[in-house]
Design a protein around this ligand. Sequence first.
Ligand SMILES: *[C@@H]1O[C@H](CO)[C@@H](O)[C@H](O)[C@H]1NC(C)=O
Ligand SMILES: *[C@@H]1O[C@H](CO)[C@@H](O)[C@H](O)[C@H]1NC(C)=O
Ligand SMILES: *[C@@H]1O[C@H](CO)[C@@H](O)[C@H](O)[C@H]1NC(C)=O
Ligand SMILES: *[C@@H]1O[C@H](CO)[C@@H](O)[C@H](O)[C@H]1NC(C)=O
Ligand SMILES: *[C@@H]1O[C@H](CO)[C@@H](O)[C@H](O)[C@H]1NC(C)=O
Ligand SMILES: *[C@@H]1O[C@H](CO)[C@@H](O)[C@H](O)[C@H]1NC(C)=O
Ligand SMILES: *[C@@H]1O[C@H](CO)[C@@H](O)[C@H](O)[C@H]1NC(C)=O
Ligand SMILES: *[C@@H]1O[C@H](CO)[C@@H](O)[C@H](O)[C@H]1NC(C)=O
Ligand SMILES: *[C@@H]1O[C@H](CO)[C@@H](O)[C@H](O)[C@H]1NC(C)=O
Ligand SMILES: *[C@@H]1O[C@H](CO)[C@@H](O)[C@H](O)[C@H]1NC(C)=O
Ligand SMILES: *[C@@H]1O[C@H](CO)[C@@H](O)[C@H](O)[C@H]1NC(C)=O
Ligand SMILES: *[C@@H]1O[C@H](CO)[C@@H](O)[C@H](O)[C@H]1NC(C)=O
Length: 464
Amino acid sequence: MRLGLSLSLAALAAGYVVNEDRTCTLYPESLQNDGQPVDDAPSIQKAFELCGTDGKVVFAANHTFNVNSVMNTTNLLNCDVSLRGELRFSTDIPYWLSHSYSVVFQNQSTAWLFGGTNVTFRGEEGGWYNGQGQAWYTQNRNQSNQPGRPISITFYNSTNLLVDGLTIIQPQFWATFVWQSKNVSITNFFVNATSNDEWGTVNTDGYDSWNSDTLLVENAVVTTSDDCIAVKGNTTNLLVRNVTCHWGFGMAIGSVGQYPTMPDYVENVTFEDVKCYNCMEAAFIKTWQGVPEDDSSNGDGGGGGRGLIKNVVFRNFELTNVALPIQISQCIYTENGQNCNTSKMAIEDITWSNIKGTSRYNIVASLYCSDVHPCPGIKFEDVEIQSVNHTLGLPLSDTTLQNEVYQCTNLVDGSGIPCNRAAPSNYGQVVTSNVKDDASSTESSRDPIVEAKKKEQEKLAYMH
Ligand SMILES: *[C@@H]1O[C@H](CO)[C@@H](O)[C@H](O)[C@H]1NC(C)=O
Ligand SMILES: *[C@@H]1O[C@H](CO)[C@@H](O)[C@H](O)[C@H]1NC(C)=O
Ligand SMILES: *[C@@H]1O[C@H](CO)[C@@H](O)[C@H](O)[C@H]1NC(C)=O
Ligand SMILES: *[C@@H]1O[C@H](CO)[C@@H](O)[C@H](O)[C@H]1NC(C)=O
Ligand SMILES: *[C@@H]1O[C@H](CO)[C@@H](O)[C@H](O)[C@H]1NC(C)=O
Ligand SMILES: *[C@@H]1O[C@H](CO)[C@@H](O)[C@H](O)[C@H]1NC(C)=O
Ligand SMILES: *[C@@H]1O[C@H](CO)[C@@H](O)[C@H](O)[C@H]1NC(C)=O
Ligand SMILES: *[C@@H]1O[C@H](CO)[C@@H](O)[C@H](O)[C@H]1NC(C)=O
Ligand SMILES: *[C@@H]1O[C@H](CO)[C@@H](O)[C@H](O)[C@H]1NC(C)=O
Ligand SMILES: *[C@@H]1O[C@H](CO)[C@@H](O)[C@H](O)[C@H]1NC(C)=O
Ligand SMILES: *[C@@H]1O[C@H](CO)[C@@H](O)[C@H](O)[C@H]1NC(C)=O
Ligand SMILES: *[C@@H]1O[C@H](CO)[C@@H](O)[C@H](O)[C@H]1NC(C)=O
């Protein structure tokens, strides 16, 4: 029988791959090894070598594949991948720290480089990616950007790639990264990074993109403590639609402007039909300051990068208990707001439209543009947000400002924005209290050392 023959040949030659008519079906090595979690990565590599061009690769349903080593399945052509079983990534942290593939950006790395032309990758029949991230969260101890901590899967050098139905539970670091690609769609996407101990999941972004064009993210649910979607430099023509975020930082452009030698251009990005539950932020733009600075608490330094963010729309957002719904910050990682007014990143034509729901504190928006590049074309339409207490008829604590605050600095023509206060330069990503009273007293009454320490602690707890 043909199937049996190719099974035994493939099993001898290449691990457990059944190769028939350009379809490679994978079964786990553990079936032949008394249930031991023998590494399936070599047979997975083999399946992609055999069937990665004009073929199909199927991970058989109801099986657990142990991935104990890095995978590079790039340069696929006309290939359809069906992830039906569970891909369980090992928790040998020293191995991954020293073997993950570089993705160049921020010196970060990945456990799996995946890509090609005219490729589909579908999660089907309950197939999923198990990052076993708890081991990472626990050993990471709330550090930011631990070098070598791997991105779960990086879609690299791809053209016409559709990723549908991908589920990633407890990603090791960022769940997905789209890099140097064109026409990549991620649909029906589910990520849940939740820690079950006292350490946070820090840096478990749902989706990041860099140097890529014509992108779609549609129908996604992301639970994370970091950015739900983060758009890095040279991302153009991205549509993000129908995304629900739990916790985390919602929809972010940035951070950008990190590297003086690599300008960042972000153009034509739309986020629509977004729900944010208990998020720290919902719809924001974050750039580095204009002067390079070490920021080892963030795992790396940066600043001084040039570039432009243009034509960004955030529309149809429903917010529930969001700490800082709308923000532009131009010195996202400087602790004391120093050099905030120096950012070389220009920001223009940004619209927030039909943004409704509740904020956690009395702040709706903090829009700070640098002195170097005041922002033209910043527009609000139908932004209607009230603090949770306001909707309950309760007073806001520890503040003389009982109405919503809109902080603005250096907007050229903020249309439809009821600015009622200057945006302080040091207003960070993490907001943990109401805005107290007028801007001058906020800045002058702060002890800079106490404030820096407090911010450092907040950052360790939440940020990247
Ligand atoms: C996988 O398990 C489900 C539930 O037990 C079953 O319905 C399905 O037929 C199984 N699929 C395969 C390919 O064995
Ligand atoms: C990945 O594999 C491709 C061959 O398909 C090779 O050209 C490339 O150098 C490999 N990348 C890495 C990082 O090893
Ligand atoms: C990457 O790390 C190396 C060595 O630690 C450092 O010299 C380099 O500047 C870093 N590159 C980036 C882009 O951060
Ligand atoms: C990829 O698919 C498109 C559309 O079907 C086709 O025009 C193109 O030739 C394909 N590319 C390759 C390299 O086969
Ligand atoms: C990127 O993909 C193209 C095909 O689209 C291929 O020719 C090239 O070798 C790939 N680059 C790398 C570094 O794998
Ligand atoms: C973009 O990729 C999709 C698959 O996701 C494909 O159907 C479509 O034809 C591609 N578009 C172009 C212009 O090739
Ligand atoms: C994410 O996982 C946690 C822990 O298992 C669970 O409590 C939570 O409901 C999950 N979130 C979603 C949206 O499924
Ligand atoms: C939005 O996405 C969710 C989650 O993937 C899905 O259940 C729902 O059907 C989508 N809504 C629309 C209108 O497509
Ligand atoms: C972005 O693209 C420009 C060219 O348009 C290039 O000069 C720059 O280095 C790219 N930036 C990054 C971060 O790769
Ligand atoms: C952005 O969209 C406009 C209008 O559709 C288009 O003219 C422009 O080329 C796009 N920019 C990029 C970088 O693709
Ligand atoms: C909301 O009201 C409750 C009860 O008065 C109070 O404890 C809490 O601090 C208030 N929250 C804010 C953000 O002001
Ligand atoms: C780590 O950060 C999380 C928030 O992500 C916070 O809840 C937790 O208290 C921090 N853990 C410790 C031990 O400081």
